[in-house]
Design a protein around this ligand. Sequence first.
Ligand SMILES: Cc1cc2nc3c(=O)[nH]c(=O)nc-3n(C[C@H](O)[C@H](O)[C@H](O)COP(=O)(O)OP(=O)(O)OC[C@H]3O[C@@H](n4cnc5c(N)ncnc54)[C@H](O)[C@@H]3O)c2cc1C
Length: 399
Amino acid sequence: MSDLERIVVVGASLAGLRAAQAIRDEGFTGDLSLVGAEPHLPYNRPPLSKNVLTGDDDVTLPGDDRLGATWVGGRRAVRLATTERTVVLDDGRELPYDGLVIATGARPRRLPEDQMALAGVHVLRTIDDAKALRSALREEPGQVVVVGGGFIGGEVASTVRALGKDVTLIDSRELPMDGVVGETVAGWLAAHHRRNGVELISGLRVTALEPKATDATRVGAVRLSDGRSIPADLVVAALGVEPDTDWLDGSGLELDGGVRTDARLFALGESRIVAAGDVVRWPHGLFEDELVRIEHWANANEQGTLAGRNLLRGPADAEPYAAVPGLGTRVHGVRVQWAGFPRLADQSMIVAGSVEDSKFAVAFARRGTLVGAATVAFPRELNRLRAAIASAEAVPVSA
Ligand SMILES: Cc1cc2nc3c(=O)[nH]c(=O)nc-3n(C[C@H](O)[C@H](O)[C@H](O)COP(=O)(O)OP(=O)(O)OC[C@H]3O[C@@H](n4cnc5c(N)ncnc54)[C@H](O)[C@@H]3O)c2cc1C
């Protein structure tokens, strides 16, 4: 779009950074501002639940020093006025734009604030969260409890065990992660946690965090939905995330489980506003336009780049985003990966390896077409299946 002179990127993390880089790569020479609520330059989050907790602080994201952008750090956008084309910041400043990138990602779900305020209760989304959790782990806590057995909760439990500490992992599902990786991999994962010394409590909800009897300001226990109380000196609330869209309330943009965009990442009805990363919900062309929101690194990385490029080119010349999502995690030293959408499947089967060997691949199909894959210690199979999903391959998968 040739009339763009001022572009504002809100959200200074992976997707925002990649969008800004793409905007410059497309030849944009006008004013570019990058607004981030955190006081840090963009950094990489995946190490936060892994190496950072064990002492390695490298969270570098390459490429943030050649942008020629105005960096507005430690400031939150609080309002978007689409008619005036202005972003309003929490210090009252107004940033006018001709083009806008929304990349405000996601924030952790929380337990009630009076319980979150107890000393010893943590979430894990930012580098500051990770450093606070690391310090707490170094203070030799007695009993560590992770609430939520999703991939971040599982990684934290695994890292805590690697540090030689006891940990209890609590999840409300009978099989944590089954909605993401399917029952076979989720069943293996639950057994794998237990084999590695994690006390896994599944099928029960946490109803409250309770203070210590001796110190009402510190967490002392976790109350479960069956009435039991589990002692806890340190609690990590890993309850998943929700898209960070509050600042867009009243803007007129469609917000429905994220910022709703078209397949080319333009906010619905807008030709000057794109969105990218964890905050976006868009129709995925490879999966019958299923509306999806993805919380993975590669998605934010690639969508950020495409959103920036599409904004510069304009809707008529923009490309749709239809990459197969995928994520890998390492749990107690074993690589677990998944791709596509196992949850959409009506059939699944093990296509390589065996559960007994802790090395296997599961394919997921919907009406005979591959829609998902999940693997344990089998990166080669994951790559093969992911490529097959991308080409919408029909596969002989039986239940
Ligand atoms: C501990 C952890 C481990 C992870 N491990 C993996 C992994 O192994 N593999 C994988 O694929 N993915 C992993 N992820 C997920 C991956 O990091 C995210 O998908 C990715 O960070 C999303 O990037 P994003 O730029 O869309 O959003 P975010 O990284 O959430 O960044 C959004 C930014 O916008 C800022 N912001 C929000 N609202 C405003 C506002 N109103 N004004 C200004 N700024 C605002 C936020 O402060 C934040 O800095 C992990 C995430 C975490 C937290």
